[in-house]
Design a protein around this ligand. Structure first.
Ligand code: FE
Ligand code: FE
Ligand code: ZN
Length: 261
């Protein structure tokens, strides 16, 4: 994956820890790990981002489903220790009618079981669009989860531009205001990654359908402001747009071109 990233002009990448349905992951091959670490070092690949299977639900009504989320995430975090100093992102979950408050409690309970003192991975909550009963539809809900986590220093947040726009944060007309809100509620020091996606749907639609950069309702101007925003410098950006490799290469180039020197 490192080589593919470099071949399209990237200096980082996001990957799924196992197939998105959450089945068994491959055994760790220590030789592979060593080869990757060396390649990453030689090619200046910085902070990579692991993504948990998106079918996990740490706040399902069903206890077995919650246990499965816990076991899978715990195993993923063990694996992440082979590549220390990176991040592991997950969707908080859907409370499926139990109410956001109960969902938040269950998510935090899971985190309190899987986070281990001394681990070398930061676990990120992703901002969600708020479709169905998704938890994490507002900065406040993410704050509430963080507040219930004991090892809070091991936690951060990943901001998905499509999700927050669909959730009703107007990054198009008031990026500064949204960042100010993020800072007040969560703290910008907790922002460890950005998922950069345009949106197929209008503002506050609570839909979550990603569009290619510049081709959706968010538009190129906003992405240009994001990558040049003084408060967002140094935060790694990951594309999750509907593209093949050549499309990602073009988007990376386009974004690099509008970076202010
Ligand atoms: Fe995601
Ligand atoms: Fe995302
Ligand atoms: Zn999404």
């Amino acid at each position: 994956m490192g080589k593919t990233a470099v071949s399209i002009g990237a200096n980082t990448f996001q990957f799924f820890t196992r197939n998105p349905r959450g089945s068994r992951a491959k055994a760790i091959d220590e030789k592979d790990v060593a080869a990757f670490l060396e390649y990453a070092d030689q090619n200046d690949i910085s902070q990579i981002l692991a993504h948990a299977p998106y079918t996990l639900n740490a706040c399902s009504k069903d206890e077995r489903t919650r246990e499965f989320a816990l076991e899978t995430m715990e195993d993923d975090l063990k694996r992440m220790e082979y590549v220390p100093g990176n991040c592991y992102n997950f969707h908080p979950g859907s409370h499926v009618g139990q109410g956001a408050k109960e969902g938040i409690r269950q998510i935090a309970a899971t985190l309190n079981q899987i986070l281990k003192p001394g681990q070398h991975t930061t676990v990120l909550l992703e901002t969600m669009a708020g479709k169905g009963t998704e938890v994490g539809r507002s900065f406040e809900e993410l704050r509430e989860i963080l507040d219930l986590v004991e090892l809070q220093q091991l936690m951060g947040v990943c901001l998905d531009t499509c999700h927050v726009y669909d959730a009703g944060y107007d990054i198009v007309n008031d990026l500064d205001g949204v960042l100010e809100q993020f800072d007040r509620v969560i703290g910008l020091d907790r922002l460890k990654a950005i998922h950069m996606n345009d949106s197929k749907n209008p503002f506050a639609s609570h839909k979550d359908r990603h569009e290619k950069i510049g081709e959706g309702s968010i538009g190129m101007g906003t992405f240009e402001r994001i990558i040049n925003h003084p408060q967002l410098q140094g935060i790694p950006i990951y594309l999750e747009t509907p593209n093949e490799l050549d499309g990602y290469a073009r988007e990376i180039q386009m974004l690099r071109e509008c970076m202010e020197k």
